[in-house]
Design a protein around this ligand. Structure first.
Ligand code: SF4
Length: 218
């Protein structure tokens, strides 16, 4: 690791029940570079931190930071933000996975850019991109979900994996990448304009009705 340059990481502090803090590493698609790993490793050694755990959202939490050391640990690792930027669950896709029929990683970056570009929203937006219908990126139960097919992308909107779990509506079938991203942008803007405060896309879909939403997104 001697020739690897430590890279700063954006983190979000999260208070825990026992009064300690975790720092959520704001990673994209769960990727840690060698430089980021060096930063994390050096910080863990310096502050005697022993737990780094994956989150369900393809990020990492550095756990067990005493409150009085929080500032120093943040300084050691990078910069702190109050709210982590939106993330997207992305599977390995056709570039790597033998079942994959569409390349999900680059599409994941484009979906994330669309989410950032069209906000702010009434509540959180979770997205998922999967390279095939096995849907390892949880696309069917995400606010925005893309599923690769041999002939293009299926685009889903308004799914949820909450206590009111359910599928969204399919707003695009076997469309090109460009068409899929166009639909994603339209759906996000519709949510921004029609969702109520703290209402997820799934709640909005139930309130307005799937037919009305589909009609509006034509
Ligand atoms: S969704 Fe399909 S392409 Fe993606 S990891 Fe799962 S099996 Fe592979």
């Amino acid at each position: 690791m001697n020739n690897i340059v430590a890279e700063p990481i954006m983190v979000m502090p999260v208070e825990r029940k026992d009064g300690t803090y975790a720092l959520r590493l704001c990673l994209n698609q769960g990727q840690l570079t060698a430089g980021m790993m060096k930063t994390v490793m050096e910080t863990m050694v310096k502050f005697n931190l022993t737990s780094l755990r994956a989150t369900t959202g393809q990020r990492m939490n550095l756990e067990g930071i005493p409150k009085d050391k929080l500032g120093e640990v943040i300084e050691s690792i990078g910069t702190a933000v109050e709210k982590a930027p939106p993330g997207v669950s992305v599977c390995t896709g056709a570039g790597i996975c033998k079942y994959g029929v569409q390349e999900s990683r680059s599409m994941g970056d484009k979906v994330l850019a669309a989410v950032k570009q069209n906000g702010p929203y009434p509540f959180k937006v979770k997205s998922g991109v999967s390279g095939c219908k096995i849907s390892c990126g949880l696309s069917f139960v995400r606010d925005i979900g893309l599923v690769g097919t041999p002939k293009g992308w299926d685009v889903h909107f308004g799914g949820a994996a909450t206590k009111n779990a359910g599928l969204g509506v399919q707003i695009g079938t076997k469309v090109s990448e460009e068409e899929a991203l166009d639909l994603v942008g339209k759906a996000l803007r519709f949510y921004k304009e029609n969702g109520r405060k703290r209402e997820r896309t799934s709640g909005m879909l139930r309130r307005l009705g799937a037919d009305a939403v589909l009609e509006a997104l034509k």
